[in-house]
Design a protein around this ligand. Structure first.
Ligand code: ADP
Ligand code: MG
Length: 384
């Protein structure tokens, strides 16, 4: 019975009947930092009308308007946030609807993608004074639950985990690496902490502490690794009466993902340990790109099995999931190349249409090494 309910719920994801709906892609520009300004950096990004992004090495108004016609320098997204956008602007435009969907038993996911220093962690976690999407989503979730029920019908569990160097770790309870297993619900990290949350107050501290548990760069003390992916999963369970008046459980899951820096996604050098780590991040981000490409092309086989990250996000990428991408970019002309890569990637992600498909069938398919190699070449060409 539970199975049929969750099946129905998952078929209904995104409010379509399998025809597919596009994932939403947003861009957020961060402010130029004092250090950048003092170092003589200039702003090379312009956001117009809350949608259009112009990338230019010349920062005058006439220059960017002239560049409008140049290919590869002008992009349009579902919304683009200028450096003046607040955390709340970003939350309410990108994620608020997913929180509503989760309360209706659907899944949703929000990814932050971009180079190191582009503002991913600021957007996702934020600071005590300016909490980010993770905290605002949980706050909103609790306030919506309070509006709906006073009887503890809704139960909220949080998990916070990291994928680093193709190893999965529990950020709420650091210890030995976690093993991924497949069960009825999909792929799960065995033994992962499911923290039962009762209020918003405790959450910021919990997430800040979790963030401190992220793997740090071996050569730089206390600096969070740019090779670490952090995933917060918010699971909401509640009971409803079905049409025959039986009480059934419903589950909705929101995944909020602070991806590793995208700048090393394609740079590999196999000689040192550091670059081995780079290669492994490469593996997870490449596998993510690979899945996204397969989804864009409407392929039947989506190569989720190629990395830990894509295995964990299997139910958050295709199928019955509302997916949101936030591409974070720096305004500095010194990051021009990275910004352009990020915008190209985001532009491509707009093409993804999520579809209902038979997940179990795909689990059995072998990984395709040649597909990956082909994609790598394509991406390298694109990035040249
Ligand atoms: P990433 O996680 O992508 O490597 P961070 O989120 O750590 O980047 O951002 C780099 C720096 O820029 C941090 O000091 C952060 O506080 C600051 N920053 C990023 N985005 C913003 C923003 N929108 N407003 C103010 N400061 C920001
Ligand atoms: Mg970060």
């Amino acid at each position: 019975e539970l199975d049929t309910i969750s099946e129905k719920v998952s078929k209904g994801g995104n409010g379509d009947d399998g025809g597919g709906s596009r994932i939403l892609v947003f861009v957020r520009l961060r402010p130029i930092s004092r250090k950048e300004r003092e170092g003589g950096a200039r702003c090379c990004v312009k956001i117009v009308d809350g949608r259009d992004v112009y990338l230019t090495e010349f920062a005058t108004e006439t220059d960017y308007l002239r560049l409008k016609r140049l290919r590869g320098r002008h992009f349009t997204f579902d919304a683009s946030f200028p450096d003046t956008a607040t955390q709340h602007d970003v939350y309410s435009t990108t994620t608020a609807e997913l929180v509503e969907a989760v309360l209706q038993g659907r899944n949703g996911s929000v990814f932050c993608y971009g180079a190191t220093g582009a503002g991913k962690t600021y957007t996702m976690l934020g600071t005590i004074e300016n909490p980010g999407v993770m905290v605002l989503a949980i706050k909103d979730l609790f306030s919506k639950i309070r509006q709906r029920s006073f009887d503890g019908n809704h139960v909220v569990h949080l998990s916070y985990l990291e994928v680093y160097n193709e190893t999965v770790r529990d950020l709420l309870s650091p210890g030995r690496p976690l093993v991924l297993r497949e069960d009825k619900q999909g792929i799960v990290a065995a033994g992962l902490t499911q923290y039962r949350a009762y209020s918003t107050d405790e959450v910021m501290a919990l997430l800040q502490q979790g963030n401190l548990n992220r793997t740090t760069e071996p050569t730089r003390c206390n600096e969070t690794s740019s090779r670490s992916h952090a995933i917060l999963q918010v699971v909401v369970e509640y009971r409803v009466k079905d049409s025959s008046n039986n009480i059934v459980n419903r589950v909705g899951k929101l995944s909020l993902i602070d991806l590793a820096g995208s700048e090393r996604a394609l740079a590999t050098d196999q000689r040192t340990q550091r670059s081995l780590e780079g290669a492994n991040i490469n593996k997870s981000l490449l596998a993510l790109s690979s899945c996204i490409n397969a989804l864009v092309e409407g392929k039947k086989h989506i190569p989720y099995r190629n990395s830990k990250l894509t295995q964990l996000l299997k139910d958050s990428l295709g199928g019955a999931c509302n997916t949101v991408m936030i591409a974070n970019i720096s305004p500095s002309n010194l990051s021009f190349g990275e910004t352009q890569n990020t915008l190209h990637w985001a532009d491509r992600a707009k093409e993804i249409r999520t579809k209902a498909y038979d997940a179990h069938e795909e689990m059995q398919m072998p990984d395709s090494e040649t597909d990956q190699a082909k994609l790598l070449l394509e991406l390298q060409k694109e990035n040249r």
